[in-house]
Write a protein that binds this ligand. Structure first.
Ligand code: C5P
Length: 221
């Protein structure tokens, strides 16, 4: 069908989801936010009181979960066993602990299987940490999006509700901690694939980043 798969990886807060969604829109592809899947599992475990240290129980419970991503004009809706959890998975509580669950090998293989199935027919823009290296090593286009920690914290800060009372420094620290956990884990750590194009977006607008990626896609096709 002439379609390809596009993998977009990078550290927390680099703007991957916004960019991936817009690239998908431009190409008329399906957008898959894999971070949302790890977040949905995390929310479920928090509610059930299952700690990330309790691997056996996490895996047992994860097998019963049905996580569904549905396209939505504002982005993407996330359902967990039929319940819309789109906004709840963005809470600071989930964000603070998701990387601990994401280290569990059996959980990763379960989610990676689902992600690969979503991309079987091509025409997918998938964003995450290990898409170019592990999930879709054959993706036709691979982008590794970065930006300085300060810039990433600032972008998050601007999106935040002031009522949350978070400071820029706190956000920087949260992001740096999550990067470290994601980079240092044993199973598919956050890493730039050898054949990925690195895009440092520190001084780029969303629009510029999207245009650049779409033009790579046109070149490959
Ligand atoms: O992309 P987002 O910030 O929503 O991802 C939340 C967390 O999920 C990451 O910090 C990481 O621990 C985990 N994740 C992952 N592999 C992916 C996507 C997300 O380990 N492909």
């Amino acid at each position: 069908n002439g379609k390809m798969n596009v993998a977009i990886d990078g550290p927390a807060g680099a703007g991957k989801s916004t960019v991936a969604r817009l690239v998908a829109e431009a190409l008329e592809y399906i957008y898959v936010d894999t971070g949302a899947m790890y977040r949905a599992v995390t929310l479920h475990m928090i509610r059930k009181g299952i700690s990330p240290d309790n691997v056996t129980e996490v895996l047992q419970e994860a097998h019963k979960l049905v996580i569904d991503l549905q396209p939505d004009p504002g982005g993407q809706k996330v359902f967990c066993n039929g319940e819309d959890v789109t906004s709840e998975i963005r809470s600071r509580e989930v964000t603070g602990i998701v990387s601990r669950y994401a280290q569990i090998e059996g959980l990763r293989s379960q989610l990676v299987d689902t992600q690969r199935q979503m991309a079987l027919r091509k025409g997918v823009v998938m964003d995450g940490r290990d898409i170019g290296t592990t999930v879709l090593p054959d993706a036709e286009v691979k982008i590794f999006m970065t930006a300085s920690v300060e810039e990433r914290a600032l972008r998050r800060f601007k999106e935040l509700d002031p009522s949350e009372g978070l400071t820029l420094k706190q956000l920087e620290r949260d992001i740096a901690t999550r990067d470290k956990l994601d980079e240092e884990r044993e199973i598919s750590p956050l890493r730039c694939a050898e054949d990925a194009t690195v895009l440092d977006t520190t001084n780029m607008s969303i629009h510029e980043v999207v245009d650049k990626i779409v033009s790579y896609c046109t070149m490959v096709r």
